[in-house]
Write a protein that binds this ligand. Structure first.
Ligand code: 4AD
Ligand code: MG
Length: 504
C-alpha cells in the first residue's frame, strides 16, 4: 500500500484503496456497540468514517464515542468506495487525532429562530445549507469575472467614497471625510462611464451601499453589484448582453454546483431552461397586464392553490400529531417526523403570509396607474407569470434615474430596462442607455434638484467625444437567491447588513 495521503473529501475519488488522512470537524455521529460512525465535514464535503473498537486503544475509542458535534479532529484510515455513504466513499479508520473536543455546540439540529442563527452567523456558516449557498455564491462571482474577462471587458475599480449621487439622494450613506461630507458608493456607474470612453468595454465589481428604508427580503444596505458599461451600444445590444450574461452564470453553476443545488432543493429543471432569449415587455405592456382580467384570474388561481396546499399541510401535521400521540414510534421515525414538522410549519407560515398578502397585491395591481414605478408585488406577479427572466423596458422618465436616456420617439419614457427573475424573485438587473446629450442631461440634473456644478466632470463626458453608451448592474445576492431558491437575500451574503439589523 502507498503511503498515507493527506487529502480532502472532495478528492477521495482518487484515493480509493489507499490510506488517507482527512482533517475536519464532526458533523454528526452515532454508535452501535463496537462501532462508531462519524460523519466528518472538512469544508469540501461530508464523509462517513467507521471506527471499530477492536482497532483502537480503548481510551481513544471511548473518547471518539463521546465526541460532540463540531469537535475538530484528524482521521486516518482506508478509503473505500461506498455508494450509499454521503459523497460516495467511506473511511475504515485506523487512527483518530482529536484536535479540539467540543461538547456544547450551540447550533443543534433542532429548530432555531432566524435571530438566533444570525447572532451565531460565525458558527451557522458550518451548516450544510449555508455552506452550499456559499459555494454557489463563489461560482456566481467566478462566472461574472470570467464572462467579462473573456468578452474583452476591462476591469475598472471605482471608488467607495463618492462625491455625487447615482441612484437618488434618499438612499445615500453620508460619511465625514475629514470634515467634508462624502457618501458611500450606491453604484460605480458614473465613474465607469468615464472609463468606458477610455477603454470601450469596462466593468466594475464591488460592494455598494444604500440606506434602504425597507425591511424586505430583497433589500440589504450593503450588497455586491457588478456593472458593465459599453461605449457605442444601444438598448437591444444591452438586452442581448444581459441575457447572455445571466445564462452563462446559470450554466456555470449547473456545471460546478449540481450537488449543492440538489442539497438546497433548487429547481434544477427550471435553471436548465434559462437560456437566451429572455422575454421582453415594455413598461406600458406590463401596466396593461397588471390591470387586466388576466391578472385578476391569475391572483384568484394563486389564492386557491395556496389554500389547497394549506389544507394539505394541516392534514399532514394532524397525521403526525396522531402518530405521536399513539406512541411506540421508532427513534428514527420520531426524528424524521420532527424534521418534517419543522419544514411543514415553516411552509405553512409562509403560505399564511401569501394568503394574507394576495388580496392586497391583487388590489395594488388592479389600481396600477401608468407613471408609477413598479412595486415589489407587481414585479412578483409578472415574474410568476413567466418561466424565464423578463426584461421590462421603457419606464416613465419621472420614475427613473436622471442619467437614463430620454426616448426620442416618446419623451415620457426612457431607454432603460429591468430584468425580473422568474418564480417571484423580482428585479435582478437594472440598466439603461445613458443620456449622451449635454443639454438634455443638464436639464435632468436640474429637475432632480442636484447642483449641476457637482456634476461638472460627469457632464464633461457629454462635451468631449460623447457617444451612445449604456450598461447595467446585477445584484449578486439577488442572483444567488434566485438560483438557489433561498427566499431571503440575507442568507446569500456572508455577513448581512440590513436596515434594522447588523448582527455580528
Ligand atoms: O437598479 P439599480 O439601482 O441600478 C443601478 O445601480 C445602476 N447604476 C446600475 C447600472 O446601470 N450600472 O441596482 C442594480 C441591481 C438591482 O437590480 C438589484 O439586483 C441590486 O442591484 N440591488 C440590490 N440588492 C440588494 N439590496 C439592495 N438594497 C439593492 N438595490 C439594488
Ligand atoms: Mg433598479
Amino acid at each position: 500500500m502507498a503511503d498515507k495521503i493527506k487529502t480532502t473529501i472532495s478528492h477521495l475519488n482518487n484515493c480509493v484503496d489507499h490510506e488517507v488522512t482527512l482533517s475536519g470537524w464532526l458533523y454528526n455521529s452515532r454508535s452501535s456497540g463496537k462501532l462508531v460512525f462519524l460523519i466528518l465535514r472538512d469544508g469540501t464535503g461530508l464523509c462517513q468514517c467507521i471506527v471499530e473498537k477492536e482497532k483502537m486503544p480503548e481510551d481513544v475509542f471511548d473518547a471518539v464515542k463521546h465526541l460532540g458535534q463540531e469537535s475538530s479532529l484528524r482521521v486516518t484510515g482506508l478509503c473505500r468506495a461506498e455508494p450509499r455513504s454521503p459523497g460516495g466513499h467511506e473511511i475504515a479508520v485506523t487512527s483518530v487525532d482529536i484536535v479540539c473536543p467540543t461538547n456544547d455546540y450551540p447550533i443543534t439540529p433542532k429548530e432555531h429562530g432566524v435571530d438566533f442563527l444570525m447572532k451565531n452567523r460565525h458558527l451557522h456558516f458550518r451548516s450544510q445549507r449555508q455552506w452550499a449557498i456559499g459555494k454557489v455564491r463563489h461560482t456566481v462571482i467566478d462566472a461574472i469575472r470570467r464572462f467579462f474577462n473573456d468578452n474583452d471587458f476591462t476591469l475598472i475599480d471605482t471608488p467607495i467614497f463618492t462625491t455625487i449621487a447615482g441612484e437618488g439622494e434618499q438612499t445615500l450613506f453620508e460619511v465625514d471625510y475629514f470634515g467634508r461630507p462624502l457618501h458611500l458608493a450606491q453604484t460605480g456607474q458614473l465613474y465607469l462611464e468615464s472609463a468606458a470612453m477610455a477603454f470601450g468595454k469596462v466593468y466594475c465589481f464591488g460592494p455598494t451601499f444604500r440606506a434602504e428604508k425597507s425591511k424586505t427580503r430583497r433589500h440589504l444596505t450593503e450588497f455586491w453589484m457588478v456593472e458593465p458599461e459599453v461605449a457605442y451600444t444601444d438598448l437591444p445590444g444591452l438586452l442581448e448582453l444581459g441575457e447572455n450574461f445571466v445564462s452563462f452564470i446559470v450554466q456555470k453553476v449547473l456545471e460546478d454546483n449540481r450537488a449543492e443545488l440538489e442539497m438546497l432543493g433548487a429547481d434544477i429543471a427550471h435553471l436548465e431552461n434559462i437560456k437566451a432569449p429572455f422575454y421582453r415587455l415594455t413598461y406600458t405592456e406590463v401596466a396593461d397586464i397588471l390591470t387586466s382580467d388576466r391578472t385578476v384570474k391569475f391572483m384568484a388561481d394563486q389564492l386557491a392553490a395556496f389554500n389547497a396546499r394549506k389544507t394539505e399541510i394541516e392534514k399532514q401535521l394532524a397525521d403526525i400529531d396522531a402518530q405521536t400521540k399513539a406512541g411506540g414510534m421508532k427513534k428514527w421515525k420520531q426524528e424524521k417526523n420532527a424534521r418534517l414538522t419543522i419544514e411543514l410549519r415553516s411552509e405553512l407560515s409562509e403560505l399564511e403570509t401569501k394568503i394574507e398578502n394576495n388580496p392586497k397585491h391583487a388590489q395594488l395591481a388592479a389600481d396600477f396607474k401608468w407613471g408609477k414605478d413598479l412595486g415589489g408585488s407587481d414585479e412578483t406577479i409578472i415574474s410568476l407569470m413567466h418561466d424565464k427572466p423578463v426584461f421590462i423596458t421603457h419606464y416613465p422618465k419621472k420614475a427613473k434615474a436622471f442619467y437614463m436616456k430620454t426616448d426620442r420617439s416618446n419623451d415620457k419614457v426612457v431607454e432603460n430596462f429591468d430584468l425580473i427573475a422568474p418564480a417571484g424573485f423580482g428585479e435582478m438587473i437594472g440598466g439603461s442607455v445613458r443620456e449622451d446629450d449635454y443639454d438634455y442631461l443638464v436639464e435632468r440634473v436640474k429637475e432632480e434638484g442636484y447642483e449641476p456644478e457637482s456634476y461638472d466632470w460627469y457632464l464633461d463626458l457629454r462635451k468631449y467625444g460623447s457617444v451612445p453608451h449604456g450598461g447595467f448592474g446585477l445584484g449578486v445576492e439577488r442572483t444567488v437567491a434566485w438560483i438557489t431558491g433561498e427566499k431571503h437575500i440575507r442568507q446569500c451574503i456572508p455577513f448581512p447588513r440590513m436596515m434594522d439589523k447588523v448582527y455580528i
